[in-house]
Ligand binder design. Structure first.
Ligand code: ADP
Ligand code: MG
Length: 342
């Protein structure tokens, strides 16, 4: 493949090259890339802002993550945070620190992934910053979104007897990561061996190309359901439940056999001698929505596809209880998936 050094473009030429294909679509974007600051216009709406920092070697491994996927995922995880507030993402800024290892073609791939995500979710790229780096790739994406003032859903609104709901399935992205890590070690030992990814497409896609649950947010609105609390599952169910329960000053009871798990994740866990429920509770990067709804919304909720009711909210004094398959109660510990720990 052709390799064009970034230095042949220079900083301004590179920014122009990377961003000129992006067109602004949202009325709230008055001015995007090109001046000292973007100009946005939000009338009669609240503005949501979220940001993420991704560092090579800490958050992603370019041995098995293609740059286009990385761009897509880096954008989508920010959209997921806006949806988790019941908002709609509208603009992003993308800042990158790039070492000499990367060519213009590499960055083209990365921005192609961002463009794919932006087109799919209706988001404009309105700015960013570009710098040289000594140690690989650093990415920071900020996303701006909008929400109706009285429709924003926080983490602190869960009430006793509310139902606890989860979209999609949990643990698959984590099992996808375990598979990629295993194949990386196998490959390092013998470069002749081709990775064995048969019947693993779903968990790989969940790790490499996650999607934000815009569809769930849309159908909740269509059904007239306003969750009492909500967040996206990026660090594992038990850690996220801990956040909702702490901030809402409530407890919860979650039933192990109700936690939605995909069969490919089950098979992978068996192959690796891991416990799939532990992976679903403590794995990361599912980007599903965890939310609570009032008991009155039960009929509406079960009529929606792709949502599992996994338990209910209790008094704070009951703590966080996981009910096992035999009916035994176990106090849940939020291990989370903390990248600050080893
Ligand atoms: P400044 O000197 O004000 O930081 P820059 O020359 O860095 O301006 O950026 C020029 C324009 O290009 C600005 O609109 C900025 O937001 C945008 N921009 C810079 N880097 C990126 C990037 N990596 N991706 C998208 N837009 C960028
Ligand atoms: Mg700059």
């Amino acid at each position: 493949m052709q390799r064009t050094e970034i230095s042949t473009y220079g900083e301004f030429g590179l920014i122009k090259h990377l961003t000129e294909k992006f067109k602004n679509e949202n009325p709230s974007t008055l001015l995007g890339v090109g001046d000292d600051a973007a100009v946005l216009s939000y009338e009669n709406k609240k503005v949501l802002v979220t940001t993420d920092l991704l560092l090579e070697g800490i958050h992603f491994d370019l041995v098995y993550v293609p740059l286009m996927h990385l761009g897509y995922k880096a954008a989508v995880v920010n959209f997921s945070d806006i949806y988790a507030m019941n908002g709609d993402p509208k603009q992003i800024t993308v800042s990158i620190g790039v070492s000499k290892r990367f060519s213009v073609e590499d960055l083209d791939q990365f921005y192609a992934g961002i463009a794919l995500a932006c087109n799919k979710y209706g988001v404009d790229l309105v700015g960013g910053d570009t710098s040289a780096s000594l140690t690989g790739l650093a990415i920071s994406i900020t996303c701006i979104g909008e929400a109706e003032a009285d429709k924003i859903v926080y983490r602190n609104g869960a009430k006793e007897n509310d139902l606890i709901c989860v979209s999609g399935d949990l643990g698959s992205a984590y099992m996808g990561l375990q598979l990629l890590e295993r194949e990386k070690i196998v490959f390092a030992g013998n470069e002749e061996v081709q990775p064995d990814f048969e019947d693993k497409d779903y968990i790989l896609q969940r790790q490499l190309k996650p999607d934000a649950r815009q569809d769930i947010i849309k159908s909740l609105r269509e059904k007239g359901i306003l969750p009492t609390s909500m967040m996206d599952v990026s660090d594992g169910l038990s850690s996220e439940l801990m956040h909702i329960c702490t901030q809402s000053n409530v407890g919860c009871r979650v039933f192990e056999d109700k936690i939605p798990i995909h069969y490919q994740a089950v098979v992978m866990a068996e192959e690796l001698n891991m416990n799939i429920v532990t992976a679903a509770l403590n794995g990361g990067e599912d980007y599903e929505l965890l939310f609570t709804v009032a008991l009155e919304d039960y009929d509406k909720i079960i009529s929606m596809e792709g949502i599992a009711v996994v338990g209910h909210i209790t008094k704070s004094a009951h703590g966080l209880q996981l009910v096992g398959r035999e009916g035994e109660e176990i106090e849940m510990r939020a291990q989370g998936w903390n990248s600050l720990e080893d």
